[in-house]
Ligand binder design. Structure first.
Ligand code: NDP
Length: 464
């Protein structure tokens, strides 16, 4: 009893039965309850600030304490992942799965293997996932997981032993009707294969427990392409609202992994000119354009040889900007496809100054709050990740449907559904985000549109 009373005396937890009076007061509550989790605070603040006016117009959500409930994960699983490296030495990593919100379907969201992974990062990603999955219109709850394991520089055997150890614990918490993980940073086809192999061995069942599977063993066509393609489809919809398209547009892309590669592929198909790619060491700037042959080289370099992006600059004799991100170049469209907080306030201002009119986020939360403020103030087209990159999880949802029905759709069928889902997400953003002056605030649109379905389901399910 002492603890909550003391907290209330500090004014951090709203008194029982009383609603927080403002978005700011609510954020004070969130920060006090989740100390030190700065990425999680950032993700919650973006949502709460934009949905607060809607909540005030619909106070039944506040009365039922939906905001307090929706920021608390349903379950957080933390575990030890011991494994043997190639020298026979024991290594230990942390494993996580956050089952954030299951009110509209089984938990669904990727696994990230990267040394920066911690509870705050995974809670921010899991929270975003709840709204994103709701926007797709498919029945998927939100989750996220991963490890501070770094696959970079590890042999295939080391990655396999790590994945087997990780799944040995995770398998007891997941299942095709409970929680269905997928890939994210550091988790691609190779890792999903090792994870699926271990699940199958331990549970003796061949089932749709992971998505992003290989096409021979239950995967869906277009899943590898889905996030990048979807981001570009979404950007095309945004450009269409101003009577414009990708045709002839110079496009800056960050990252050089799964999302970035297929974003470049779709930009080329739609007639745009991608001029940058990056990794955590630097950026290549190729003003002549990254064409299909060059993209093929990048795919081989990154997916097979596991090399660094500066090798592109050496091969094609273009500029390499060591330690830089791509946002200083001239471009009309920007697609951040690497990681969180990779577009600063100053970089956002530089983009707009250099002629950028459209930003669609392939990555999750790549733009810092000051950068978002710049884009909204300048009234450029700004598509936040939870809407723009929802194509990945949408096709994961389609992979689950195909697994349940034990059939496989054609490329055209899956791509057609993905395209339609991205158009529908865009319409939802317009419905809830269009302002009186005609400007579409995609941040509000995505947050309110994603919130309503989850919140209404939580009300229907009672206090659970
Ligand atoms: P990959 O691991 O395939 O690629 C990640 C890319 O981003 C690499 O080029 C990597 O460079 C770079 N990167 C990673 N961390 C950093 C960092 N701290 N600073 C600079 N660059 C960095 O991951 P994905 O392409 O799958 O994911 C990229 C983004 O897209 C993430 O934000 C992810 O959450 C998001 N996303 C992914 C989905 C998917 O289906 N895969 C779905 C929806 C969103 P390096 O090799 O040097 O680490």
């Amino acid at each position: 009893m002492g603890f909550p009373v003391q907290r209330r005396a500090w004014g951090l937890i709203p008194e029982e039965g009383k609603m927080p009076s403002s978005a700011k007061a609510f954020m004070e509550y969130v920060v006090a309850k989740n100390p030190g989790e700065k990425e999680f605070h950032q993700a919650v603040e973006e949502v709460i600030e934009s949905i607060w006016p809607y909540l005030q117009q619909h106070p039944h959500y506040l009365e039922a304490r939906i905001p307090e409930r929706i920021v608390e994960p349903e379950r957080v699983i933390l575990f030890r992942v011991p494994w043997l490296d190639d020298k026979g030495q024991v290594q230990v990593n942390k494993g996580y799965r956050i089952e954030f919100n299951g009110s509209i379907g089984p938990y669904k969201g990727g696994l990230r293997f990267h040394p920066t992974v911690n509870l705050s990062i995974l809670k921010f990603l899991g929270f975003e996932q709840v709204f994103k999955n709701s926007l797709t219109t498919l029945p998927m709850g939100g989750g996220k997981g991963g490890s501070d394991f770094d696959p970079k520089g590890k042999s295939d055997n080391e990655v396999m032993r790590f994945c087997q150890s990780f799944m040995t614990e995770l398998q007891r918490h997941i299942g095709p009707n409970t929680d269905v993980p997928a890939g994210d940073i550091g988790v691609g086809g190779r890792e999903i294969g090792y994870l699926f192999g271990q699940y199958k061995r331990m549970r003796n069942e061949f089932t749709g427990v992971l998505t992003g599977k290989g096409i021979n063993w239950g995967g869906s066509l277009i899943r590898p392409e889905a996030t990048g393609y979807g981001t570009v489809y979404f950007a095309e919809e945004m450009l269409n609202t101003r009577g414009d398209s990708f045709k002839g547009k110079t496009v800056a892309v960050s990252g050089s992994g799964n999302v970035a590669q297929f974003a470049v592929e779709k930009v080329l198909e739609l007639g745009g000119l991608p001029v940058t790619l990056s990794d955590s060491n630097g950026t290549i700037y190729d003003p002549k354009g990254i064409d299909r042959d060059k993209l093929e080289y990048v795919m081989d370099l990154k997916n097979i040889k596991r090399g660094r992006i500066h090798e592109y600059a050496e091969k094609y004799n273009c500029e390499y900007q060591e330690g830089q991100r791509p946002w200083g170049v001239e471009c009309t469209v920007a697609l951040p496809c690497a990681t969180q907080n990779e577009v600063s306030g100053e970089e956002a201002a530089a983009l707009v100054k250099n002629g950028c009119i459209c930003i669609a986020e392939g990555a999750n939360m790549p733009t810092v709050p000051e950068g978002i403020d710049v884009f909204l103030k300048e009234k450029v087209l700004y598509g936040p990740g939870k809407a723009a990159n929802a194509g990945g999880v949408a096709v994961s949802g389609l992979e689950m449907s195909q697994n349940s029905m034990r059939i496989g759709w054609t490329r055209e069928e899956v791509d057609g559904r993905l395209h339609q889902i991205m158009k529908d997400i865009h319409s939802t953003c317009v419905k809830y985000g269009k302002q009186e002056d005609g400007f579409i605030n995609y941040v509000s649109g995505a947050n309110i549109g994603g919130f309503i379905k989850v919140a209404d389901s939580m009300l229907d399910l009672g206090v659970v």
